[in-house]
Design a protein around this ligand. Structure first.
Ligand SMILES: C[S@@+](CC[C@H](N)C(=O)[O-])C[C@H]1O[C@@H](n2cnc3c(N)ncnc32)[C@H](O)[C@@H]1O
Length: 201
């Protein structure tokens, strides 16, 4: 089972496990972003996505349960000269503030089913009307590939799981299929993912 300590260990030392550039799917949604929007980058790791959202002029919160990740995210924001609020918390237990965000980035966050249910409920609560969810996660077809993702199958996402957990959101885009990843040493090569762009009406 994944723990915050295991992630602390992965993040110790130099380098960025998933690179310093933002996730490509998130980056592709740039046209939806407006300065001043409030963004939550969930399970943001070393901060590449939270920092990029801040660079687009958004008010950005980077949440991860690994304090090592949070410190690296804060350092990356400082190096890039942008403001980033880092929160060290378990995504399954955080007290998600009501209607506080215009965008939630859920990028490669794979949680056990009970925790996933708690975190998705929190995301639904914290999105403001009109708020966007941008999600990319590995799907079951990723098993056996070496381009990243969790070993435990129950942590993987499917299109059906997205539809189930985010049933209240409008689907703007929802795909499950093969992509080419080039995101740091841990996400390299062909990969099987679910990608979703959804909106709270
Ligand atoms: C595969 S990494 C992706 C990091 C980042 N989203 C990115 O794309 O660069 C997964 C991240 O989720 C975080 N994470 C996993 N379970 C978590 C939980 N229950 N609460 C908060 N963060 C969690 C890990 O610490 C790790 O940073």
């Amino acid at each position: 089972m994944s723990t915050s300590l295991a992630w602390d260990e992965r993040y110790q030392g130099g380098g960025f496990q998933f690179g310093e550039a933002p996730n490509r799917y998130l980056q592709c949604q740039r046209a939806w972003l407006r300065p001043g929007m409030r963004a939550l980058a969930l399970g943001d790791g070393e901060g590449r996505n939270g920092v990029w959202l801040a660079e687009q002029g958004l008010s950005s919160v980077s949440l991860d349960w690994s304090p090592v990740a949070g410190a690296k995210a804060a350092a990356l924001a400082a190096a890039r000269g942008v403001a980033l609020r880092t929160v060290t918390a378990d995504a399954a237990e955080w007290d998600y503030p009501e209607a506080a965000f215009d965008l939630v980035a859920w990028i490669f966050v794979h949680l056990p089913p009970e925790d996933r249910a708690a975190a998705t409920a929190g995301v639904l609560r914290c999105l403001a009307p009109g708020g966007l969810l941008i999600l990319e996660c590995f799907s079951p077809a990723q098993q056996g590939r070496r381009s990243g993702g969790p070993k435990m199958p129950e942590l993987l996402w499917t299109r059906a799981l997205v539809e189930q957990h985010f049933a209240g959101l409008e689907v703007l885009e929802l795909l499950e299929g093969t992509v080419a990843l080039d995101e740091g040493p841990r996400h390299q090569g062909q990969a099987e993912v679910v990608r979703a762009l959804m909106r709270k009406t």
